[in-house]
Design a protein around this ligand. Structure first.
Ligand SMILES: *[C@@H]1O[C@H](CO)[C@@H](O)[C@H](O)[C@H]1NC(C)=O
Ligand SMILES: *[C@@H]1O[C@H](CO)[C@@H](O)[C@H](O)[C@H]1NC(C)=O
Ligand SMILES: *[C@@H]1O[C@H](CO)[C@@H](O)[C@H](O)[C@H]1NC(C)=O
Length: 401
């Protein structure tokens, strides 16, 4: 290649890779802070940006904007970013949602970023009361991401969602970082992040306080990595629930590392329904986790039946295998620090407990474990937490902290 061509090539590459995104500001399309519903202004802005053949940015500047349920769908011609600097407020009505059950739904996009430091206020307080066990699905999810490939969500806050705060379905290579989720402990079914049928998901450096699961990992989740997330209040980090529906897909490859759970009902949980359809969950590793006053710090519950309406005698048919709990420390709010309740038709396989150091902080006895249909490999674990296993345990009681 002669020098001239080489320089031209480099020049073209430089220009195209540093070309500024085209910016599409909603306030140029009729949206007004403190004014009426910006739904149609946002739709027009999105359509323009999505049709741009170069990378584009939809900007919602600072200020408070009212927004009714909206679906922002691709495919777009190039990568697209939605930058929210202000506060978006949902309508407070109970039935307000898109046809897919979202407040704001992003769909069918390749190369997508949501950023900007903004707040998504679902105004859920009036709706939570209407959520009665199984019918909570009738309420809007603050942020839905459906079929997004190469996605990034960073520096945003989801506040008081009516239902789940963030839901990923059929996403691939999707990162969430610096997400804040805030809702009260008694807000029903307000999971922080729910993942379903998605692959290559990373969640890092986030803070989630809500009334239900901090992060729940549903069927078909593969290669999910969760690091440096703090949870509480809420129900902790869960795989499942699994087995309730026919044709669920396996869960494979979950890593949870460097997380802290404070005052949550559960810490690390795997839950499957009794009398279930067949499925499996395997290769799950939980490491370097701190528990502060957590009610069930480590729990496998294969008889999960929150509303008491299951045939509890029929076993779960979800196979759980290759699960590691390693370097788990802190305090339990109940005497049962480790509970591994596996299916009597398909016992758990390849479960490891390594360096579990949990103290019970109450007065109703001393810490213990309850285990059935599982023979974990135990290393460096205080006897009372070792599921009656006798392999290489240390019998020294953990020091009270
Ligand atoms: C994954 O998505 C990110 C955007 O979040 C992108 O920068 C990266 O190139 C993607 N990785 C692959 C393997 O496509
Ligand atoms: C999952 O991760 C493994 C190991 O990092 C990698 O080999 C595999 O390609 C990944 N699969 C998906 C679907 O992302
Ligand atoms: C510990 O958790 C229990 C049960 O959730 C709760 O009642 C109690 O107030 C918590 N204690 C502290 C010190 O937060």
């Amino acid at each position: 290649m002669d020098k001239m061509i080489k320089i031209t090539f480099l020049f073209v590459f430089f220009v195209s890779s540093t070309r500024a995104q085209s910016i599409f500001d909603v306030t140029k399309y009729g949206a007004k802070a403190g004014g009426s519903d910006i739904n149609s202004a946002l739709m027009s802005t999105w359509k323009k940006a999505c049709a741009s053949t170069s990378p584009s940015k939809v900007l919602i500047p600072s200020g408070t904007f009212l927004l009714s349920p909206v679906t922002l769908a691709g495919p777009c011609k190039a990568a697209i970013e939605v930058r929210v600097q202000g506060t978006l407020k949902a309508l407070s009505g109970v039935g307000e949602m898109t046809k897919d059950g979202g407040w704001i739904a992003f769909q069918q996009i390749k190369g997508f970023t949501l950023s900007g430091g903004g707040i998504f206020d679902g105004q859920g307080a009036a709706a939570w009361g209407s959520c009665d066990n199984n019918n909570c699905k009738q309420l809007a999810i603050n942020l839905r991401f459906d079929s997004i490939t190469n996605g990034l969500v960073q520096d945003v806050t989801s506040l008081n969602s009516k239902q789940f705060h963030v839901n990923l379905l059929l996403c691939k290579n999707f990162t969430i970082r610096h997400l804040t989720v805030t809702a009260p402990a008694d807000s029903k079914n307000t999971d922080g992040i729910h993942i379903g049928r998605s692959r290559g998901i990373k969640i890092t450096d986030s803070k989630i306080g809500t009334g239900d699961d901090c992060i729940s990992i549903g069927d078909g989740s593969q290669n999910v990595s969760i690091t440096r997330v703090s949870c509480g209040p809420g129900h902790g980090i869960s795989v499942g629930s699994l087995g309730k529906y026919e044709n669920e897909e396996p869960v494979v490859g979950i890593s949870v590392k460097g997380c802290k759970l404070t005052n949550t009902d559960n810490g690390l949980r795997i839950k499957t329904w009794p009398a279930s359809f067949a499925n499996s969950a395997s290769n799950m590793h939980f490491e370097d986790i701190t528990m502060v006053n957590v009610s069930n710090p480590i729990i496998i519950d294969q008889a999960y039946c929150p509303y008491g309406d299951c045939n509890a005698k029929a076993p779960s048919r979800v196979k759980i295998s290759n699960v590691g709990f390693e370097n788990i420390r802190g305090t339990s709010a109940t005497p049962v620090g480790v509970k591994l309740d596996c299916s009597n038709s398909i016992p758990c396989e390849g479960v490891e407990l390594v360096n579990i150091n949990l103290n019970y902080i109450g007065k109703k006895g001393s810490i213990k474990s309850e285990c059935s249909n599982v023979k974990p490999k135990v290393i460096g674990v205080y006897n009372a937490l070792a599921c009656d296993s006798t392999t290489s345990t240390t019998s020294k009681a953990p020091t009270k902290s």
